[in-house]
Design a protein around this ligand. Structure first.
Ligand code: PLP
Length: 415
């Protein structure tokens, strides 16, 4: 089939605007009339620096990210290693900041230091597969005795995810000063669950891999926000992290490798070390500038569409909300479909549903019929089955309308 006849609802990697890809095809061969392609130029060239600065500035405007070198400012970092790499990075970096603070004045007293380390806690809100994975990585890196599960949504819904328990039921670690980080996944891609507001927590860290740039973010409540680019922002290959200056020098110190090792903790790889990446403006090692360029073009489109809005992401948010609302209206309007997660926490980005209560033949027929109309990528994640329609920014209103028509026809036996 031709590109224009296909509508793709995959969960990631996900579609990109055709105009950006057309421009990309050109710059791959010849960037800025230089005769050299964009993947061939140095990541330290003036051209690459301009691409990086533009992407950082666009993101700042879209999400209203505080600037400056003071403690209230945030750095925008481009890293590699994906969302999964950040599961590890936040642990390495925030444990190191925590330990440097706690070890002050008692560095030479091994007993006192060991007593302090025993108090270290990382608080995790487990609301689906990705936050579960992140909590497992923390346990692997520093030991499960340091990982506190603040909430596990499976305990609130017969062993299944699909709710976000109310904050009154949370069990955060009792002493806030012991908490190196409080972690949550804003949108659970596999399970179709999205936070409806920012949770509270000491040193708050958010995984926004699958709803980045789809709505306003209360950046100031967070110490770190990260997300892989490959869903709403660009191509696979870069991860964006928004890091508070409060956890970077000169506002915070990191424990050195000797101190960390003395306590049986390890320091992280240098490419995941936020102070190193920040100090080098994301150019400590070779950054895939083409991926940053793509992200910059995608963000520029959002800016162009959002004149006069504050924050600038508000325009995209309105479109994302409307597309999701229209899709859920069809799902709710027919008893052929059941939405998997609870109504109160439905994701606007990944709509997970079953057909005839999870009838395998009916779901197969739904997918086959969808493909015959050019609607692809609707199969649910292999771990949960069912149907998943991902509603990322590059899924057009027209594509959503086509899917809506198909869902109606299928429910009416006309597909
Ligand atoms: N977090 C979320 C919410 C995701 O959806 C994904 C991947 O789909 C990841 C993390 C892992 O990202 P990566 O594959 O880039 O490591």
């Amino acid at each position: 089939p031709r590109r224009e006849d296909v509508h793709y609802f995959g969960a990631g990697p996900a579609p990109l605007p055709t105009s950006v890809l057309e421009e990309a095809a050109k710059v791959l061969l010849n960037y800025n009339d230089s005769g050299i392609g964009i993947t061939e130029i140095s990541h330290r060239s003036p051209e690459a620096n301009a691409i990086l600065a533009h992407a950082q500035d666009a993101l700042r405007q879209l999400l209203d990210i505080p600037n400056g070198d003071g403690p209230e400012g945030y750095q925008i970092l481009f890293l590699q290693g994906g969302g999964s790499g950040e599961f590890s990075a936040v642990v390495y970096n925030l444990v190191s900041v925590w330990l440097a603070k706690r070890a002050k004045g008692i560095v030479d007293d091994e007993t006192k230091l060991a007593d302090e380390v025993a108090k270290l806690r990382l608080d995790y809100l487990v609301t689906g597969s990705w936050s579960l994975k992140a909590s497992q990585e923390a346990a692997r890196l520093i030991g499960k005795e340091h990982v506190n599960i603040v909430t596990d949504s499976r305990q609130h819904r017969d062993g299944k995810v699909g709710v976000i328990p109310s904050a009154e039921t949370y069990k955060p670690s009792t002493t806030a000063a012991d908490v190196a980080l409080t972690y949550y996944c804003d949108n659970e891609t596999v399970d179709g669950v999205e936070f409806q507001g920012t949770p509270d927590g000491e040193n708050l860290v958010a995984d926004m891999s699958s709803n980045f740039l789809s709505r306003r973010v209360d950046v100031r409540k967070h110490i770190a926000i990260f997300g892989g680019a490959q869903k709403n922002i660009g191509t696979t290959g870069i991860t964006i992290a928004i890091i508070s200056n409060k956890i970077l020098p000169p506002h915070a110190a990191m424990a050195d490798s000797v101190l960390m090792r003395k306590l049986g903790l390890s320091v992280g790889p240098v490419v995941l070390d936020y102070p190193t990446v920040a100090k080098n403006n994301s150019l400590y090692n070779t950054l895939p500038i083409f991926d940053v360029w793509i992200a910059g073009r995608v963000m520029q489109r959002l800016l162009d569409a959002s004149e006069g809005q504050t924050p600038r992401i508000a325009t995209q948010q309105a479109e994302s909300d409307k597309k999701a609302k229209d899709l859920y209206a069809v799902l709710d309007g027919s008893d052929v479909y059941t939405v998997v997660p609870d109504k109160s926490v439905r994701s606007r980005m990944n709509l997970c549903f079953r057909i005839k209560g999870g009838d395998a033949d009916a779901e197969k027929a739904f997918l086959k019929g969808a493909e015959s109309r050019g609607l692809f990528g609707l199969k649910g994640h292999r771990s949960v089955g069912g149907i998943r329609a991902s509603n990322y920014n590059a899924v057009s209103v027209a594509a959503v309308e086509k899917l809506i028509q198909y869902m109606k026809d299928f429910a009416d036996g006309k597909a």
